[in-house]
Design a protein around this ligand. Sequence first.
Ligand code: PMP
Ligand code: GLN
Length: 382
Amino acid sequence: MTPFIQSKLPNAGTTIFTTMSALAVQYQAVNLGQGFPDFPMNENLIELVSDAMRKGYNQYVHMNGLPLLRERIAEKIHFLYGATVHPDTDITVTPGATYAIYSALTSFVQPGDEVIYFEPAYDSYVPGILLNGGIPVGIKLVHPDYVIDWNEVKKAVNNKTRAIIINTPHNPTGKIINDNDIAELRNLVRDTNIIIISDEVYEHIIFDDEKHLSLLRYPDLAERSFICFSFGKVYHCTGWKMGYVIAPAEMMKEFRKVHQFNCFTSNGAVQYGLAEFMLQREQYTELGKQLQQKRDYFANAMSATKFRALPSSGSYFQLYDYSALSNELENDFAVRLTKEYGVTTIPVSAFYTDATDHQLLRFCFVKKQETLDRAVERLVKL
Ligand code: PMP
Ligand code: GLN
């Protein structure tokens, strides 16, 4: 007899990304749902990783990450954000940013601790808090501009508040934080014991000459933060599941205790390749401009449809309002779009614990031009 498991996540189903991608395959739809590029990644990086494998770099690397890669990450951070981070103590290479966020939570959340996060939210945050015995405290970004209501945040803070999760550029809205948000965050956490988890996986994917306000720019915030990054988003290789986390030495010590017993170390050959490839700075400094062209190309094509774009300042995504087309709930409409019109998107309600529905769909525009064209050809028929 199969033993019974008392679920630790009784309310969780399969993630919306997996669900919608499977539906896209089933109905041969153009998949603008799950966030991944459909164009090839850089051949040179593939070569560098393949070379590393051929040269025999196929055994475990240091549990905290290949030392050379950590040095290159430290150099990059200094170059971009003027911050000094120590490769030995402040950087750990991880199998992706989702893992980094989860392990960060695991390293400090105690049962009953409250963790503030903003909705709509990337779907791993709440389960990550719950599995560690924490209490997720969701605060809604104010629709339709998706600004943070700092008064709400202040009201939510109490003596059980252990951490706050921020995400900029933001998935799914494409919103970025500004100087005022930084000032509010500083005021909020000053003289407290609150830890910040900053999800910055879209650090380079920022548009219209805006600047990414990494918490690494602010020593008083960085000194209490786990800042999480993803190589997948930078180098168009989301399937490699590689990332890293930056934190002050004392906090990182606890992170590494969790990490060493969870996966111990990340893919070694990939780290050799990445360390070499990171010397090519233009690969990431140009990324925002390149993807801005895609955002604009897609938005321009979409203007021939009845969908109405909300602004996107960064990330892989743009939200579109479909209220001129249907009164259906987002999930129903998204499923029907896939089945009847052959275009897959993500309902934004999936990013809320209470399924808040504003008749918005998230489109991933980081796709080949022909893919975007094919999608719009179908959407103009609505
Ligand atoms: N955070 C956000 C906001 C994301 O969109 C993603 C993309 N999946 C991640 C974290 C996770 O990145 P990774 O694939 O490196 O785990
Ligand atoms: N971050 C990606 C998205 O939002 C998907 C990652 C995943 O499937 N877990 O689409």
